[in-house]
Design a protein around this ligand. Structure first.
Ligand SMILES: *[C@@H]1O[C@H](CO)[C@@H](O)[C@H](O)[C@H]1NC(C)=O
Ligand SMILES: *[C@@H]1O[C@H](CO)[C@@H](O)[C@H](O)[C@H]1NC(C)=O
Ligand SMILES: *[C@@H]1O[C@H](CO)[C@@H](O)[C@H](O)[C@H]1NC(C)=O
Length: 506
């Protein structure tokens, strides 16, 4: 899917970010001059100078002050309006599409994006996606309980037709709902599964019901317009209901009243640890619990437990998170919002982290209304955590599996203007931590910084498998005002301001 020219643009971007510090003096003057002229000229100066910037060396330091700001955009901005011919949905629909989205809040979110795209591909009328009542969290909020339905339907009116429920038909004098033919789509089904097998059944029965519907449409699709539709769903149409947004903003305002804050998704929970097979750091009793959970919930798979951490498969411990941040130069005044479920191992693991970073908050300590008390585990609690992490100045995930909270947030923050993300390379850091535990502490912080300097802090970057489209929608959902590649150029009749009028982070 690479278009000519994309590679070089990316390279420049990447280097720009790395060199920006050394180039500050020169660049600063140029930038001021450019701003004084006209804004669009800024982009020109930026790219005209970038060749000379390439000759500088990579920086050897992490500038914490810079991390509190957004990453360098390199002239890119989010844009997911169609850039080529995109007719409205045809007046004649091929039938109704029902889907049942399983999994947690974020798995459901990507499934909703896939459902809209599937309906578009099939010229079908989408029935508002059903969200699995989450058996684990005991939550049955449903689509209507979480998202603004009117906004969803209206935002997508040029893309697909959406109805709130499947209509009734008259048959032999009786009215009843159209019965949807149930189908189980293959995992990551290609587009042609929808235009053949699924469409055939839809035409035959008038409606189909796809269940389960999680990861049922391939993520990498060689059609940027289809990918942009996914971004319109994810970043414009899906907006949480007003009371969730209000509560989230209240929490963010409270956190920000004392300056910037960082959010950390501490995925140090029983399900994650047992899934990943990370047992070594636990006591025999704890290991027994984890192994039992693994046996009962996950397919059997031979894992060499002692190797899991060394190959980067384990979520970071709270202490490791603290050590990374401290090595990067964050001090004990850093305000941190912890988005996490129940920490496995409890206070024993939190203590070392808390002593490095005492300014800790979570949704129960900052919720002014106690509204979340009754729903701390449910989808609404997850939705509030999602919003707070989306709006925080820095976001740091400690584990990123497929289609989970952290992955969606990374994608959403990228789209919201390259908001800083700290993404530790767990595999790169593992030997550094293991050395430290063996008593080789000399040069520890320097070694952590070396690994971290090679990571991306939230700027535009090329998507490399296994990075998901939902984690990184660059470049399909981004454009440049003066792009060298016409495919990347911002559309002139850009509706972005229109779409943005009700965006999540306004
Ligand atoms: C959907 O409608 C468009 C335009 O009306 C048409 O070109 C396309 O072939 C249709 N696709 C299917 C699967 O019906
Ligand atoms: C933060 O660290 C400084 C020393 O670097 C220390 O004097 C201070 O007491 C610490 N503050 C807290 C709240 O731990
Ligand atoms: C939030 O923090 C408080 C105080 O540190 C702690 O007692 C509580 O268990 C935490 N709640 C969650 C959901 O992590």
């Amino acid at each position: 899917m690479r278009r000519p020219g994309e590679g070089t643009t990316f390279k420049k971007l990447y280097h720009n970010r790395q060199q920006s510090k050394q180039a500050k003096g020169l660049f600063y003057k140029l930038a001021i001059a450019a701003v004084l002229l006209i804004a669009p000229a800024l982009y020109f100066v930026y790219f005209a100078t970038s060749d000379s910037l390439l000759t500088f060396d990579s920086p050897s330091e992490i500038d914490v002050q810079k991390l509190w700001e957004s990453a360098d955009s390199g002239g890119w901005r989010p844009s997911s309006v169609p850039r080529s011919d995109w007719p409205p949905p045809p007046s004649e629909s091929n039938g109704y599409l029902r889907v049942r989205c399983n999994g947690g809040l974020n798995q459901q979110r990507t499934a909703i994006c896939n459902a809209v795209l599937a309906a578009r591909i099939m010229n079908a009328t989408l029935v508002l996606p059903e969200l699995d009542a989450n058996s684990y969290w005991h939550d049955d909020s449903g689509f209507q309980g979480l998202y603004d339905v009117d906004h969803f339907i209206k935002t997508l009116q040029n893309d697909v037709r959406i109805v709130e429920s499947i209509p009734e038909i008259k048959k032999n004098g009786k009215t009843k709902k159209i019965k949807a033919f149930q189908l189980r789509p293959p995992r990551d089904a290609p587009i042609n599964w929808y235009t053949t097998t699924a469409l055939e059944k839809m035409k035959e029965h008038g409606a189909i019901y796809l269940t389960p519907f999680s990861h049922r449409l391939a993520e990498e699709i060689d059609n940027p317009e289809y990918q942009r539709l996914r971004c319109r769903v994810n970043y414009h149409a899906l907006v949480f209901k007003p009371h969730i947004m209000e509560l989230s903003h209240k929490i963010v305002d409270k956190l920000r009243a004392q300056g910037h804050f960082m959010s950390i998704h501490l995925r140090f929970e029983m399900d994650m640890l047992s899934f990943a097979g990370c047992f070594d750091i636990f006591s025999p009793a704890e290991q027994k619990i984890l192994k039992k959970y693994r046996k009962e919930n996950f397919a059997e798979k031979k894992l060499i437990y002692s190797e899991r951490r060394a190959i980067g498969k384990c979520p970071l411990t709270p202490e490791e998170v603290g050590l990374i941040l401290r090595s990067m130069g964050f001090d004990n005044s850093t305000r941190i919002y912890l988005a996490a479920g129940e920490l496995f191992g409890g206070e024993r693991f939190m203590k070392p982290f808390r002593s490095m970073f005492p300014q800790l908050e979570n949704h129960s300590t900052v919720d002014p209304s106690n509204e979340l008390k009754d729903n701390t585990q449910g989808l609404i609690g997850s939705a509030v955590d999602y919003m707070v992490c989306l709006l925080s100045d820095i976001f740091m995930p400690t584990y990123d599996g497929p289609s989970n909270f952290a992955n969606n947030l990374l994608g959403h923050r990228l789209y919201s203007g390259f908001r800083t993300a700290i993404r530790p390379d767990r595999k790169g850091l593992a030997p550094v931590f293991i050395d430290r535990e063996k008593g080789r502490t000399a040069g520890f912080e320097e070694a952590v910084r070396r690994v971290m300097l090679k990571t991306n802090f939230g700027g535009p970057h090329k998507r490399v498998t296994p990075e998901s489209f939902y984690t990184n929608s660059w470049s399909e959902c981004f454009c440049q005002t003066s792009a060298s590649n016409p495919a990347d150029r911002c559309p002139t009749d850009d509706l972005i301001s229109d779409l943005n009028s009700k965006e999540q982070d306004t």
